[in-house]
Design a protein around this ligand. Structure first.
Ligand code: ATP
Length: 288
């Protein structure tokens, strides 16, 4: 049996540079793993894929990204036996935290161990790319610049030791909808990606906090004002900065200490008892 703790991601920046001839958006994103994880257990079985997941709203059939990852791995490496997969889901769904991509990446890493294939991180990323643009980052983990469709990765210095409050309002946002709406309305405020890279290089907490920006934030916030409410509650109560992650609606805030993060989380919870809140450390790169 192999067990993987597959971390969610947040976007320290998310910029859209244009739409490509193939219909995908050209992006530039600084991605960060966080210590909120799904636990994935894998075991060999005689044949086929058996997926169990404790999230009633997501089918466990061949449409599930974890299932697709397992199928791809078995097919590409011509493995005759099958696999049982059990996922304890903690990452909220359709939340901007890449929960599906995280599970796919965790399954690839886990199957590499289970079947002793000895694949490199590059080989696993190449498989991941076939499953979704965010999967290669979820294979690598840590702090990275993602460009192209999100699949071209450059390793960045680890985030200085910071705590992260994640807060998900009880609404779901479709990533496809957010990108389509962005295409129609655009934004006045793009992230300064180079400034964020410089801040990470210097380990400047102020620079990182000041550089948080996401072009999809306005789009989602217009429809879900609660995103702005959560950001204010966190920033007014000890967090150094806050931003919506991905296409949302999850808001995250950075704090210097766990105590500051817990304080901001408690204040948000008092004002918005409906929020699903997690306090976690930033996470480093994955062990392959
Ligand atoms: P992103 O940040 O990559 O846009 P997200 O966090 O907004 O992702 P996900 O949690 O990945 O969204 O879910 C998006 C959709 O993917 C869900 O509506 C769900 O039906 C589908 N899905 C397929 N497999 C999974 C999985 N293992 N976990 C979560 N969602 C999955």
């Amino acid at each position: 049996m192999v067990q993987i703790e597959a971390n969610a991601k947040i976007n320290l920046t998310l910029d859209i540079l244009g739409v490509r001839p193939d219909g995908y958006h050209e992006v530039a994103m600084v991605m960060q793993s966080v210590g909120l994880f799904d636990t994935i257990r894998l075991a060999r079985r005689q044949s086929g894929i058996d997926l169990q997941m404790d999230a009633a709203e997501i089918p466990t059939d061949e449409t599930n990204l974890a299932w697709k990852a397992a199928r791809l791995f078995l097919d590409v490496y011509k493995i005759q036996s099958g696999v049982s997969i059990e996922i304890e889901k903690r990452i909220p769904i359709a939340a901007g935290l890449a929960g599906g991509s995280t599970d796919a990446a965790g399954v690839l890493i886990g199957m590499n161990r289970l079947f002793a294939q000895g694949l490199s991180v590059q080989a696993l990323c190449a498989l991941g790319e076939q499953l979704g643009s965010d999967v290669p980052f979820c294979v690598e983990g840590g702090t990275m610049l993602a460009t192209g469709r999100g699949e071209i990765l450059r390793r960045l210095p680890d985030l200085p030791s910071l705590f992260v409050v994640l807060a998900k309002p009880p609404v779901s946002v479709s990533t496809a909808w957010a990108y389509k709406t962005y295409d129609q309305v655009g934004t006045m405020r793009h992230p300064d990606t180079e400034a964020m890279l410089a801040a990470l290089k210097e380990g400047s907490v102020e620079g990182i906090a000041g550089g948080l920006a996401n072009v999809l934030e306005e789009v989602t916030m217009k429809v879900h004002a609660v995103v702005g409410d959560y950001k204010r509650a966190l920033s007014e109560n000890g967090a150094i900065a806050s931003l919506m992650s991905g296409s949302g609606p999850t808001v995250f805030a950075l704090a210097r200490t766990r105590a500051d993060a817990e304080h901001a989380a408690a204040a948000l919870s008092a004002r918005h008892p409906e929020a699903k809140i997690f306090v976690v450390p930033a996470a480093g790169r994955n062990n392959i």
